[in-house]
Design a protein around this ligand. Structure first.
Ligand code: MN
Length: 248
């Protein structure tokens, strides 16, 4: 098995180290992760400044690089520059905190998997529910086992798997889920800097989700690993007919 690993919490994040350790010795590993945290950068790509790569680990079956860019940049650097042969799977994570519902569109972790998928490589994003003392070991083993099955079965083009693992120690199994709905309570905080200029922070309460039956939120709330197949085709197909009736 040949794997490309990335994340959005940065190359030193414990979730990424756990993922790396799970695959090391089991696969030919190429790991390219952002030097600094890139959470919530979604599918942002860098093209107005240069990217730098720092080779952090050089072993026969395990290469680790830190890159100055986003998760998307990292996957592109891996696929188009560092790897001689294409990977069998791209795994992005393990994120510190779940990526559920509408949050998947902000997530840098999910974006890393999307970049693999759009390049024709079966890809998964893996996140661990937020907890004060996160233990990534179960999620890392799960990522390894699921990767083997993904390679055996394959995934259709532009379909990726978004995996969320509960933080509790006793996990009941897994559920195949759909993306749920997130309620946001964002606010803009404005302050004045020492030079008298106004500046802003996007803030507010943490988003919450409806644990509606069949959703990613429900699976996690009930102690199951959630696996959602996500499509990169965002077309609202069911609405094409309705829109066609408009007088434009
Ligand atoms: Mn993150």
């Amino acid at each position: 098995m040949r794997v490309l690993l990335t994340n959005d919490d940065g190359v030193r994040a414990p979730g990424f180290v756990a993922l790396l350790e799970a695959f090391r010795g089991q696969a030919e590993v190429m790991a390219v992760a952002p030097q600094e945290e890139q959470s919530a950068v979604a599918r942002s790509i860098t093209f107005r400044r240069p990217l730098r790569l720092e080779h952090q680990l050089d072993e026969p079956d395990c290469q680790v690089y830190a890159a100055t860019g986003t998760p998307t940049d990292c996957v592109l650097l891996g696929l188009c520059h560092l790897m001689k042969d294409k990977p069998d799977v791209v795994v992005s994570g393990i994120n510190r905190g779940a990526n559920l519902g509408d949050d998947v569109l902000y997530s840098g972790t999910v974006a890393g998997a999307m970049e693999g998928s759009i390049n024709g490589i079966p890809s998964l994003a893996v996140s661990l529910e937020r907890s004060p003392h996160p233990d990534y070991s179960h999620a890392a083993r799960f990522a390894l086992e699921l990767s083997k099955e993904v390679i055996r079965r394959g995934l259709p083009p532009k379909i990726l798997l978004n995996v969320n693992v509960p933080a509790r120690p006793e996990i009941l199994g897994h559920k195949i889920t759909r993306q749920g709905h997130t309620q946001y309570a964002q606010e803009i905080l404005s302050r004045v800097d020492p030079r008298g200029q106004e500046y802003f922070w996007v803030t507010g309460a943490l988003p919450t989700g409806e644990p509606e039956e069949g959703t990613d939120f429900a699976a996690l709330a009930h102690g199951y690993v959630s696996i959602s197949p996500l499509s990169m085709d965002l077309t609202a197909g069911a609405w094409i007919g309705e829109l066609s009736t408009w007088e434009i």
